[in-house]
Design a protein around this ligand. Structure first.
Ligand code: TMP
Ligand code: MG
Length: 202
């Protein structure tokens, strides 16, 4: 028996941070946010994301986002095997969806993440109304918070959703924080008794 690995994905400003924190608290789990801006590689990524004049090639940025996940793998696997659920705020799918939106090929994008643990469930917080997202506080502060890019990222998430069967979608339009949380809980609850199968891999 091991604990579940749960991923919450979505565009910028869709409430992932709020929802992952709430879920983690209820599960008594461990929260992992990607990018993890505290690690050596995470610091480079933070610099890249907050300074639009940083000239890093997009392939390099992609590989750093992937390396940032590999930095955390040992930690995550140890927690799961000891029975602590892990909740992730973004993961492989953000890596692929954002880099594809900048023109990189899907298979190229997936390659460096090959071998990472696969989530038991991936919950996609989907906003049908993208205008309301771009009006949320803080939108536009970081490099990828541009409406046209977000539209493309959302389409790429749909491509990924059709490829991976652990995906579940929650439409967030018109729902408040607690309603979204309860919906997430319904999806996660069956996993709280523990998972009998080993971790799958990308
Ligand atoms: P954050 O807003 O969740 O902190 O993420 C920062 C930005 O990084 C966000 O616009 C999504 C983007 N991103 C990637 O481009 N590739 C990745 O692998 C990850 C995890 C995030
Ligand atoms: Mg963001």
């Amino acid at each position: 028996m091991r604990a579940p690995l749960i991923v919450i994905e979505g565009l910028d400003r869709t409430g992932k941070s709020t929802q992952t924190a709430k879920l983690c608290h209820r599960l008594n789990g461990f929260l992992v946010k990607f990018p993890n801006r505290e690690t050596p590689i995470g610091k480079l990524l933070n610099q890249y994301l907050t300074d639009a004049s940083n000239p890093m090639p997009l392939e390099v940025a992609h590989l750093l986002f992937s390396a940032n996940r590999w930095e955390m793998v040992k930690n995550i696997e140890d927690l799961l095997s000891k029975g602590t659920p892990v909740v992730m705020d973004r993961y492989v799918y953000s890596g692929v969806a954002y880099s594809m939106a900048k023109g990189l090929d899907i298979e190229w994008c997936l390659a460096p993440d090959k071998g990472l643990p696969k989530p038991d469930v991936t919950i996609f917080l989907k906003a049908n109304d993208l205008d309301s997202i771009s009006q949320r506080e803080g939108f536009g502060e970081e490099r990828y918070e541009v409406a046209s890019l977000q539209t493309s990222v959302r389409n790429n998430f749909e491509i990924l959703r059709s490829r991976y069967d652990e995906w579940k979608v929650i439409i967030i339009d018109g729902k408040d924080i607690d309603q979204v949380h309860e919906h997430i809980w319904e999806l996660v609850c069956p996993l709280t008794r523990g998972v009998t199968t080993g971790l799958n891999r990308f």
